[in-house]
Design a protein around this ligand. Structure first.
Ligand SMILES: NC(=O)C1=CN([C@@H]2O[C@H](COP(=O)(O)OP(=O)(O)OC[C@H]3O[C@@H](n4cnc5c(N)ncnc54)[C@H](OP(=O)(O)O)[C@@H]3O)[C@@H](O)[C@H]2O)C=CC1
Ligand SMILES: C[C@H]1O[C@H](OP(=O)(O)OP(=O)(O)OC[C@H]2O[C@@H](n3cnc4c(=O)[nH]c(N)nc43)[C@H](O)[C@@H]2O)[C@@H](O)[C@@H](O)C1=O
Length: 325
């Protein structure tokens, strides 16, 4: 029996990972799944995390809890983004180690790479240049997460792994009108405009930045694929001080193209205009996913199909479940 703690199981990614593990359980895999809500266990509280890890002593930890948000939230609450994420990573990774956890997977983000990184961005672009200012505090915390794992591996011989997802979307996303990422924000805005018969939808920035979008079910599958790799295979494909693995689909679209796609899916027929007073952020961040492809995993869910499935899910949710208040 393996005892697996999923931190952040009520979030978009943690929820998708939990569903996959529950379906494995249902198929007979001998797993014990441990979860705590944010209200039950604040991961920024060192003593609470220590007590929890000592009491539960999981075999495996999946760290999918983080302070997460789009460009506006990152730019508006930089102290929350750096403090919460550093504290969560330090507490979960150190206290997991102290409780004897040998294997851990933590989730970073494609924003760890320099703003001007060569495209597509390879893992070895890390720490080669300046970061994008709109999310630098969050990115610094996410880089610290990678370095924490590598340092515990090097000093203590544990097996702590890192995956770096591109921009994610899907069921369970945050549809808040200001603090969310672009895809849920546009699904909500275009849906409401179509519903209310508006003739214009405004998108932030110039529409020219390009982003790569991965469906959360692909992300959950990739996370467990990386977690389940035999240690020798993980180590053969990474380096002790360059141990993270990019996760993406390998294709990007401009924000203007994305808006047109969301308009099509939601049935909005009016004009799409831009608000250039809002930040564009990084102009392009396309992942080089060849490391993960060599190891045997590639994405399956296409963008239009993924948006259609997410929109269908969105339509089924009561307003209060969309984190949109
Ligand atoms: N969404 C995206 O586009 C991307 C996400 N990632 C990474 O993937 C991971 C998962 O993100 P995602 O699922 O989208 O985010 P969500 O916001 O959907 O989920 C994060 C979860 O973490 C919990 N959490 C936050 N702070 C604490 C805390 N102090 N104590 C306990 N729990 C806490 C949240 O609970 P509550 O809501 O109650 O605060 C929430 O359930 C994160 O590491 C994120 O950085 C990386 C790239 C892109
Ligand atoms: C995952 C990733 O997410 C963030 O980085 P980002 O990719 O810049 O995030 P975003 O999804 O918010 O925006 C993408 C682009 O889209 C444009 N855009 C248009 N209209 C809306 C809109 O309505 N909302 C939002 N949020 N953006 C919009 C927006 O102006 C930008 O050009 C960081 O948290 C970072 O730390 C991180 O890891």
């Amino acid at each position: 029996m393996q005892k697996v703690y999923i931190a952040g199981h009520r979030g978009m990614v943690g929820g998708a990972i939990l569903r996959r593990l529950q379906s494995r359980q249902a198929q007979g895999e001998d797993l014990q799944l441990i979860t705590r809500t944010h209200a039950e266990l604040d991961l920024t509280d060192q003593a609470a995390v220590r007590d929890f890890m000592q009491a539960e002593r999981p075999d495996v930890v999946i760290l999918a809890a983080a302070k997460v948000g789009g460009i506006h939230a990152n730019n508006t609450y930089p102290a929350d983004f750096i403090y919460d994420n550093l504290m969560i990573e330090c507490n979960v990774i150190h206290q997991a180690f102290a409780a004897g956890v040998r294997r851990l997977l933590q989730l970073g983000s494609s924003c760890i790479y320099p703003r001007e990184a060569a495209q597509p961005m390879r893992e070895d672009a890390l720490l080669t240049g300046l970061l994008e200012p709109t999310n630098e505090p969050y990115a610094v915390a996410k880089i610290a997460g990678i370095k924490l794992c590598e340092s515990y591996n090097r000093q203590h011989g544990v097996d702590y792994r890192s995956v770096m997802p591109t921009n994610l979307y899907g069921p369970g996303d945050n549809f808040h009108p200001e603090n969310s990422h672009v895809l849920p924000a546009l699904i909500r805005r275009f849906h409401e405009a179509a519903r209310d018969g508006l003739d214009e939808v405004v998108i932030w920035g110039t529409g020219k930045p390009r982003r790569e979008f991965l469906h959360v079910d692909d992300m959950a599958e990739a996370s467990l694929f990386v977690l389940d790799l035999p240690r020798a295979e993980y180590e053969a494909n990474t380096q002790p001080m360059l141990s993270h693995i990019n996760v993406g689909c390998g294709q990007d679209v401009s924000i203007a193209e994305l808006a047109a796609l969301v308009a099509k899916v939601t049935g909005f027929k009016g004009r799409i205009t831009q608000d250039p007073s809002k930040p564009d952020g990084t102009m392009r961040k396309l992942m080089d996913v060849s490391r993960l492809a060599r190891m045997g995993w590639t994405a399956r869910i296409g963008l239009e199909d993924g948006i259609r499935q997410t929109y269908a899910w969105f339509l089924e949710q009561p307003e209060h479940d969309l984190r949109a208040k």
